[in-house]
Design a binder for this molecule. Structure first.
Ligand SMILES: [Zn+2]
Length: 468
């Protein structure tokens, strides 16, 4: 391992300003910016304005609150002195999940409490703490180098509706694409494997999902008079669901795996180094056994392989007792997680063809796709990823491993619209309790996050310099 040693000037700057940083975070966490609650709209605005004020105070020369049809986002830009420096766009969010003392919180969720090195409060880890460490990080970066502007053109986009599914985010990114233009996107809304195992996430799965409606007889009909002589949409829905996977538990839709980028041997070996406790994972999954594509580990299945799930299956009589009918209608809800190399539109077409080919004459069908989120993946040898890993290794003084994210997120919109690779810098740990009562953040880890960010701007400026 070849880890650069920590910079004592950056370390001491962060240590000296840690308590002022925590005071700031406590102030921000006290604003209940719950995007799911329309009654909290004034609080979300207050949260956006609080952040805008803090970014101005930090030194960002351009700070703007961007309106959307929903909650406002905050944009900030601090140009580098060198016009040829690369541009980094940091993504995070300032809205939070709902929280109520009655849900099992030990202290009021919007009255942050510091206990034993942990700061408890809604949004402490997801995502206010991880947005705010960038203010401390960039100040440390400047103080240690004596610069007056960061080594990269530093942009921040902090949205206000992530916890409500980011309904206005794709349009915001499209409308503001020129202002948001960047060489890399840095997402600070994720975590690491654990306190002892710092990791960098390298990608997220994409998603597309749909509803399939199957129509048989024009109305429910008598199963004695007609049953056995006409197609039954509920039977056909079940047949489709049952044929979604083959015996090896691979998705059986022709063409589904087209383009899938396989794990490299190096990635597979690095996944295997993670201290994965399958029993604990099963417990967190509230499940009794693992099951998935044969020949793949659980981490490969959820991070690096596409998947298909039946989310819902309904049709026919659902009331008490029996009702001897051939029902007129049945419905399937399906979702597909995509990995890098897959094209959501091609997957949608493959699903349409598979459904059409799988149904007998006499069953009419309609498919409605809800949306498509692109997968993203940064190769391990990408220079920008190497810079993130280098910054994390310097801050943590140990080797950093790699994870991926099985879920899908709004960063994919940045990836797609801005045509930039997505990198992740997050220091949250699984015990932080995102979306749960008693959400907290480890204050030491936030300081490490600030330290990694302080190293990162030089690292990215070097690794992304044209010709390097
Ligand atoms: Zn979040």
């Amino acid at each position: 391992m070849n880890v650069a040693s920590p910079d004592p000037a950056i370390r001491s700057y962060i240590a000296e300003h840690r308590s002022a940083f925590l005071d700031d975070l406590v102030e921000w966490l006290a604003i209940p910016s719950v995007s799911a609650d329309p009654g909290r709209a004034p609080e979300i605005r207050r949260s956006a304005e609080w952040l805008a004020g803090k970014l101005t105070e930090t030194g960002f020369p351009e700070v703007e609150v961007w309106e959307t049809p929903g909650a406002p986002a905050v944009f900030a830009h601090w140009p580098a002195a060198d016009p040829d420096a690369p541009t980094v766009l940091v993504y995070g969010h300032h809205d939070v999940q709902p929280a109520d003392l009655a849900d099992g919180w030990h202290t009021e969720p919007f009255q942050p409490a510091l206990r034993e090195g942990r700061l408890y409060g809604r949004g402490a880890a997801d995502d206010k703490g991880q947005v705010l460490f960038h203010t401390l990080g960039v100040r440390a970066h400047l103080a240690a180098s004596g610069r007056t502007a960061p080594a990269v053109h530093l942009k921040l986009l902090i949205e206000g509706e992530e916890e409500s599914g980011s309904p206005n985010f794709p349009a915001l990114v499209r409308d503001r694409a020129e202002r948001l233009a960047c060489d890399v996107v840095l997402v600070s809304d994720t975590g690491m494997w654990s306190e002892d195992t710092p990791t960098v996430c390298t990608g997220m799965r994409g998603l597309t999902d749909c509803q399939v409606d199957l129509y048989g007889p024009a109305q429910d009909i008598h199963s004695g008079s007609f049953g056995g002589g006409v197609p039954n949409p509920a039977t056909e829905a079940a047949r489709l669901a049952a044929s979604l996977h083959d015996e090896q538990r691979r998705v059986a839709i022709p063409g589904f795996y087209d383009g899938v980028i396989e794990l490299t041997d190096q990635e597979r070996a690095l996944f295997a180094e993670l201290p994965f406790d399958e029993a604990a994972w099963l417990e967190s999954a509230h499940s009794r056994a693992t099951l998935g594509e044969h020949g793949r580990s659980t981490l490969e299945r959820i991070w690096a392989r596409p998947s298909a799930e039946v989310n819902g299956l309904s049709g026919g009589y659902q009331g008490p007792g029996g009702k001897t009918i051939v029902p007129s209608h049945a419905q399937l809800k399906l979702s597909f997680r995509l990995v890098a190399g897959m094209d959501a539109e091609k997957v949608q077409q493959a699903v349409r063809d598979w459904v059409a080919a799988g149904l007998p004459a006499g069953i009419r069908h309609e498919i409605t796709f809800w949306g498509a989120t692109k997968p993203c993946l940064t190769p391990l040898d990408h220079p920008a990823l190497r810079a993130v890993v280098g910054a994390m290794e310097r801050a943590f003084e140990q080797r950093v491993l790699f994870t991926r994210e099985g879920g899908s997120g709004p960063a994919a919109d940045l990836h797609e619209t801005l045509d930039a690779p997505v990198l992740f810098l997050g220091v949250s740990v699984p015990s932080d309790g995102w979306h749960s009562p008693n959400e907290k953040v480890e204050v030491d880890l936030l300081a490490k996050g600030a330290e990694a960010a302080a190293y990162l701007w030089d690292g990215l400026a070097d690794s992304l310099r044209p010709g390097s």
